[in-house]
Design a protein around this ligand. Structure first.
Ligand SMILES: Cc1cc2nc3c(=O)[nH]c(=O)nc-3n(C[C@H](O)[C@H](O)[C@H](O)COP(=O)(O)OP(=O)(O)OC[C@H]3O[C@@H](n4cnc5c(N)ncnc54)[C@H](O)[C@@H]3O)c2cc1C
Length: 332
């Protein structure tokens, strides 16, 4: 039986392995963390349907177990070649092909010093909010209830200053989703989303954006926050310009939430020097049309966000396509 190593056990890696198994190929998932799931492990309810992330994760894990797919956790890949994969321990694993499903890295909000993440109380990221929602307790640093909340889109996306020119695609809809969840928790709160422009590309996203405005009364302000500063009473003062009215704007909020982007995985540069990367740092597929899940090296394939920001549906579809492309390759 042909053996294929899948690097990364996030949504992409799990779905790739499941499809490979269906195709009569023996997959091995190599995952550096202690558990399967990737970033999905940190999310609460998923856009656009508010399905609990845990539900999707549990189902994928159940299938992996049911299909008796071999998984090596706490194992990190250092280098990939078409017929062997080297681990950081120096161990080598032989295979007939490899699928890189090593995902993305979250943008470090502290790099945008002007927003004070990690310096001031009550400045959070979207990832912190997902964690708090999972813990069942969203609150200010002193435990009190927020009355005014600002969410800032495009933190670490479309920003040349931090060398991240690409759009991360999922942040706009995450901002809408979190605004709705916060309004449900704190019906009295005023919620403001600051954006450059709103990109509602996915099915159901535009509808959610409208619902956020019409049913939840979330305010959308076109403008980028230029800086944030702590106030003496523990709030955060933000300065922005409303670019629709052309007026400068200054307000104090109880919570500032930075919608952090998806950036290329740090490991991409070292996995194999022959693999082409896009200017964004994400892996470049062989082409954008007919070989989207193949790399420029025969026998090495891609699945999921290792090539670009994607939502979970797109990630899973692509993982299926990657496994099918591997099966086709192994036939020849
Ligand atoms: C804040 C935020 C909220 C989101 N919410 C949603 C949502 O509600 N709905 C939705 O559809 N999408 C959402 N997304 C997008 C979603 O997170 C991605 O589509 C999904 O995580 C992509 O899965 P992946 O497997 O490609 O990558 P990842 O989830 O990054 O998984 C990659 C895996 O590879 C492992 N790995 C990396 N390098 C190595 C190595 N060298 N050796 C071994 N293992 C390695 C990692 O440990 C990780 O487990 C959100 C994204 C963000 C940033």
């Amino acid at each position: 039986m042909k053996k294929v190593i899948v690097i990364g056990g996030g949504a992409a890696g799990m779905q790739t392995a499941l499809r490979l198994k269906e195709q009569g190929i023996e997959p091995l998932i190599v995952e550096k963390e202690a558990d399967l799931g990737g970033k999905l492990r940190g999310w609460h309810a998923l856009f656009p349907s508010f399905t609990p992330a845990e539900e999707v994760l549990a189902e994928l894990r159940r299938r992996i177990q049911e299909q008796k797919i071999e998984v090596r956790t706490r194992t990190e890949v250092a280098r990939v070649e078409p017929r062997r994969v080297m681990l950081t321990t120096g161990e080598e694993l032989a295979c007939d092909a490899a699928v890189v499903a090593s995902g993305f890295t979250l943008f470090d909000a502290a790099l945008k010093e002007e927003y004070g993440y990690g310096l001031y109380d009550n400045v959070f990221t979207s990832v912190d909010i997902e964690r708090m929602l999972n813990e069942g307790r969203v609150a200010r640093a002193d435990g009190s209830t927020p009355r005014r909340i600002a969410l800032l889109h495009c933190v670490g996306s479309r920003d040349e200053k931090v060398c991240q020119q690409h759009c991360s695609r999922v942040c706009c809809i995450t901002g809408v989703k979190q605004a709705m969840e916060l309004k449900q928790l704190f019906p009295e709160a005023d919620i403001f989303n600051f954006y450059m422009d709103i990109r509602m590309f996915g099915p159901g996203y535009e509808e959610m954006y409208r619902e956020a405005q019409q049913k939840y009364n979330v305010h959308f302000v076109r403008g980028r926050i230029s800086e944030a500063a702590p106030t003496i009473d523990g709030r955060v003062q933000i300065k922005a310009e409303d670019t629709l009215t052309g007026r400068p704007l200054r307000m104090s909020v109880d919570m500032l939430i930075l919608l952090v982007g998806m950036r290329a995985n740090d490991d991409n540069a070292t996995l194999n020097g022959e693999l082409r990367r896009a200017p964004s740092g994400f892996m470049a597929p062989r082409d954008h049309f007919l070989h989207r899940v193949e790399s420029n090296v025969a026998g090495i394939f891609y699945a999921g966000t290792v090539t670009a920001p994607k939502n979970i549906g797109e990630t899973l579809d692509e993982a299926t396509a990657a496994a099918d492309a591997v099966a086709e390759y192994l036939k020849n």
